[in-house]
Write a protein that binds this ligand. Structure first.
Ligand code: MN
Ligand code: MN
Length: 484
């Protein structure tokens, strides 16, 4: 018998039925054609730039405004009239961006919303950070978000943020990103003297108060020619701290009290990189959640015309519980869309009731090195597309916005109709831990919402890993949802 014919005949009835009835996710690199994979890789080049230029919520917000303005979006003014096709944005305190494309239909027909966050775990300075101890200068810190503290020791760190001086002037700080810049670090104990440390629990081995940033070691030295040098200079204490403050005073015009009105953070001083021989992955700091922030912003700028008004929210403070007026619990989103309803003279209540939202946040991708914490039938896998997460929470779904079956049915149809690769997942085994997203706060407005995002490895670590096809699928998913 000829090979070809016999192979076809060899498919048994059971096999054919299995293909029809069983659910199987698709591996992106095996499913997409070469051209699509190239498009995905190209998309990630822009994404990597966004990561490198936006390592804090402020910087990510500025990068987003740049992208929006390059694409014709203009600052939104409350009370002003806007027309279908207009692109507008609100910049909330430089930390939270809301961008909207006005739809052809009035907003009481519902709005398509995508909400991601642009803050990431990091090491923040305390309000009185600078001190000297035994000839070395340090910053005291208070970490931001859920970190495994040991991961932040002995890696190069860059200083990012703003200092608002007593006269009100704001000075931007970004030090440690250029090759010629100095960097900072947190020291760790040598193994030779770590007997006691080795016997501690991983959670207790590094104390929060020991995350002190090494800043310098060179004492202040007065003018060599001064006659009084020998007599007076020796009486000065804390000369290393003094020398650093003197340098900061010359560079930024600040004194020690200006740290009180500053927001300074230490972030990993490394750029995003391709990971692997095949370059199939992106490794970077801050992918949670900028991997879900950049794709919808690009999708929104590219969608010039939509039926329903589309809003992309990039929120701040998600990593510390979404409190504060730049977070998802801020009423600014309501103010924006309610003012759109007022402008069009339509019902706010109907608008909320008809609106849909993707709460865009990362989920944990299956890591074969830590297989025990995952339940593989309900885990997300790298390269298998965006992750639809019906519920988050912990200990019996507590704290979760459990999405309705009808809404998930609606979303999966949009994805299937637009060839979006997607999978479903929950965060690890039952009772292994848990987490939350901004979904619940949006749901409280009577909006249908479900979590959607990219699966990542080493979440909250200084170097997180995501798949290029998944990142690209986040863009395809956003585009399909915005147009829906
Ligand atoms: Mn997140
Ligand atoms: Mn997170």
């Amino acid at each position: 018998m000829a090979g070809e014919k016999s192979e076809k005949q060899e498919k048994s009835q059971g096999e054919i039925l299995k293909e029809k009835l069983f659910y199987k996710t698709k591996q992106g690199f095996e499913t997409l054609d070469d051209e699509k994979i190239k498009t995905a890789f190209d998309f990630c080049e822009g994404y990597k730039k966004f990561l490198d230029n936006g390592k804090t919520e402020r910087e990510a917000a500025s990068e987003t405004v740049k992208i929006l303005e390059e694409n014709g979006f203009i600052p939104y003014e409350f009370g002003k009239k806007y027309n279908p096709g207009d692109g507008v944005y609100l910049n909330n305190q430089g930390k939270n961006i809301l961008a909207a494309r006005i739809g052809e239909k009035t907003v009481d027909n519902g709005i398509n919303i995508i909400a991601a966050h642009i803050d990431s775990p990091r090491i923040d300075l305390k309000q009185r950070p600078l001190y000297e101890d035994n000839g070395l200068a340090f910053f005291k810190t208070h970490y931001y978000g859920g970190i495994k503290k040991y991961q932040w020791l002995t890696i190069p760190l860059a200083l990012h943020g703003v200092i608002v001086k007593s006269d009100g002037e704001s000075v931007a700080v970004k030090l440690g990103e250029n090759e010629i810049d100095p960097v900072f670090c947190i020291t760790d104990l040598l193994p030779h003297l770590a007997k006691d440390q080795f016997s501690k629990n991983l959670a207790d081995a590094v104390a929060g108060e020991s995350l002190n940033i090494l800043l310098g070691s060179r004492p202040f030295r007065g003018d060599k020619d001064s006659k009084d040098k020998d007599k007076t200079e020796d009486k000065v204490t804390e000369k290393v701290k003094l020398n650093i403050l003197n340098m900061l005073n010359k560079k930024y015009g600040i004194t020690e009290s200006d740290f009180i009105s500053a927001e300074l953070s230490l972030v990993p001083a490394v750029k995003s990189r391709d990971v692997g021989f095949d370059r199939s992955l992106v490794g970077s700091y801050g992918q949670d959640d900028r991997v879900c922030a950049y794709p919808p912003i690009i999708a929104l700028t590219e969608t010039k015309k939509t039926d329903r008004t589309a809003v992309v929210i990039l929120a701040d403070k998600e990593e510390i519980g979404s409190e504060g007026n730049t977070s998802m619990q801020s009423h600014i989103f309501r103010h924006l869309v309610e003012s759109l309803a007022d402008m069009q003279g339509v019902s706010r209540f109907t608008m909320f009731a008809n609106s849909n939202c993707l709460s865009a946040d990362v989920n944990a991708a299956f890591d074969p090195n830590y297989a025990d914490v995952y339940e593989t039938r309900n885990a997300a896998f790298l390269n298998n597309g965006v992750v639809l997460t019906k519920y988050t929470g912990s200990r019996g779904k507590s704290g979760s916005s459990d999405a309705h079956a009808e809404f998930i049915g609606y979303i999966r149809k949009i994805f299937d109709d637009n060839n979006v690769l997607w999978q479903t997942s929950e965060l690890g085994k039952v009772d292994q831990g848990g987490g939350g997203t901004v979904a619940a706060y949006i749901a409280n407005l009577n909006i249908n919402v479900v979590d959607l995002g990219v699966g990542i490895l080493s979440m909250h670590a200084p170097f997180e890993v995501a798949s290029k096809v998944d990142i690209y699928m986040m863009y395809e998913a956003s585009k399909a949802f915005i147009k829906a």
